[in-house]
Design a protein around this ligand. Structure first.
Ligand SMILES: Nc1ncnc2c1ncn2[C@@H]1O[C@H](COP(=O)(O)OP(=O)(O)OP(=O)(O)O)[C@@H](O)[C@H]1O
Length: 315
C-alpha cells in the first residue's frame, strides 16, 4: 500500500549553519499511530513543521497523501491537521465560531453536522457557546484539536499533545486518538512521555541529534531491545558465588538475599532451567522467583545513550 506520508532525504540547516535535521527517510502508513520520541532539541518539531509546510527543508522531499508539500502546498496542507505545542487561544470568540472559522480557512463549505460531530467527540458540545478564553487549559487543548480536525484532514499531527495535562485528560486524549484512528485518520504524535508511546503507538521512531536512529513496530522494538530479569529470592544470604555459576553473570542484590539474572528476550534459550539446576547442584536454595521486563523507557534511555557514545567516538 502507498504510504500516506513519504519523507525522503529531508534535512534542515537553520541560518547560522546549525543542522537540526540530517537526512531523514521515513514512510508513514495510512491509518497508523506513529510516535516520534526524542530528547529536547532532537528535531521533532522541525520535522513536523517541514511535513506541514511551515518550515522549508534545506534538502529532500515530502509528499502527504499524494501531494508534494512544496510544489502542491495547498493540496497537501488540506490533508493535514496540526495541533501545535503552544496554545494560542486567548480568543473572545465562541468554540463553535472558532472551529467553524478554521474550516473556512481551508476553503471548505460549511458543514454544521460535521462540526457538531467533532465537538461531541471531544466532549466540547456543552461548551460550544463558551468563549475560548473562559475555558480551562484542558478544554482549550480540546478546542485546538477540534480546530485541527475542522477541515476533515486524513492526517493529524499532535505535537506534545499531553504536555502539562492531568492524568485524566491524558487518558481521554488517548481514547480520542484511538477513536480517530478507527475513523481512518492517520495520527503522528511527538511525546516526551514514553508511557504515551507505549500505550498508543503502533510504530515508534526515535530521533536524536537530528537523526532518525530507529523506526520499529512497538512490539518488535520491545521484544528486540527489551531485556528480562529474573530475581531469585534466596533462603539464606550469599556473599560470593561458587565458580560454576559465573557463566550466568548473576548480580548479588539486597545484601546477598537476592540473585538477579538478566537474559535476552530474543534468545530461544533463556538459560533459566540450567541456572536453576546449577543453583540446586551448588546447594543454593531459593524461596521465590520473580521476572520482569524492561519498559520502553529503559529501551529509549539505552538507545539515546548508545547513540551519544557512538557520536563521541566518531567525533
Ligand atoms: N528557527 C530556528 N533557528 C535556529 N535554530 C532552530 C530554529 N528552530 C529550532 N532550532 C534548533 O533546532 C534544534 C531542533 O529543534 P526542535 O524544536 O525541532 O526540537 P524538538 O525535538 O522538537 O525539541 P523539544 O522536545 O524541546 O520540543 C534545536 O537545537 C533548536 O534550538
Amino acid at each position: 500500500m502507498q504510504p500516506i506520508i513519504s519523507i525522503q532525504g529531508v534535512g534542515k540547516t537553520y541560518a547560522g549553519d546549525f543542522t537540526a535535521l540530517n537526512s531523514v527517510d521515513l514512510d508513514i502508513q495510512r491509518g497508523e499511530i506513529f510516535a516520534l520520541l526524542g530528547p529536547n532539541g532532537a528535531g521533532k518539531t522541525t520535522l513536523i513543521s517541514i511535513i506541514c509546510g511551515i518550515v522549508n527543508p534545506t534538502r529532500g522531499t515530502v509528499t502527504a497523501d499524494g501531494h508534494d508539500i512544496q510544489r502542491e502546498f495547498r493540496a497537501a496542507r488540506s490533508k493535514i491537521g496540526l495541533v501545535p505545542q503552544e496554545l494560542s487561544t486567548d480568543s473572545f470568540e465562541s468554540v463553535w465560531n472558532t472551529v467553524s472559522f478554521s474550516r473556512g480557512l481551508f476553503g471548505k463549505a460549511p458543514n454544521p453536522a460535521y462540526i457538531e460531530k467533532i465537538l461531541r467527540q471531544l466532549s466540547l458540545w456543552e461548551k460550544k457557546d463558551s468563549r475560548i478564553m473562559a475555558l480551562s487549559g484542558g478544554m482549550k487543548r480540546r478546542v485546538m484539536i477540534a480546530k485541527a480536525l475542522s477541515h476533515e484532514p486524513s492526517i493529524l499531527f499532535l505535537d506534545e499533545p499531553t504536555a502539562g495535562v492531568d492524568v485524566e485528560l491524558r487518558r481521554d486524549m488517548w481514547e480520542m486518538v484511538r477513536g480517530l484512528r478507527e475513523n481512518g485518520v492517520t495520527v503522528i504524535l511527538t511525546t516526551h512521555y514514553i508511557e504515551e508511546a507505549e500505550e498508543m503507538a503502533d510504530r515508534i521512531g526515535v530521533i536524536n541529534h537530528g537523526e532518525l536512529v530507529l523506526v520499529e513496530d512497538k512490539h518488535t522494538l520491545m521484544r528486540k531491545l527489551g531485556k528480562k530479569q529474573l530475581t531469585i529470592y534466596l533462603q539464606n544470604p550469599v556473599e560470593i558465588l561458587p565458580d560454576p555459576l559465573s557463566q550466568f553473570g548473576l548480580e548479588i542484590a539486597d545484601d546477598g538475599n537476592q540473585l538477579v539474572y538478566t537474559f535476552d528476550t530474543q534468545h530461544e534459550h533463556t538459560g533459566i532451567a540450567e541456572l536453576l539446576r546449577n543453583l540446586n547442584q551448588q546447594g543454593i536454595e531459593f524461596k521465590d522467583l520473580h521476572s520482569s521486563e524492561s519498559s520502553l523507557e529503559e529501551i529509549f534511555v539505552n538507545l539515546v545513550h548508545q547513540n551519544q557514545d557512538e557520536r563521541q567516538q566518531a567525533g
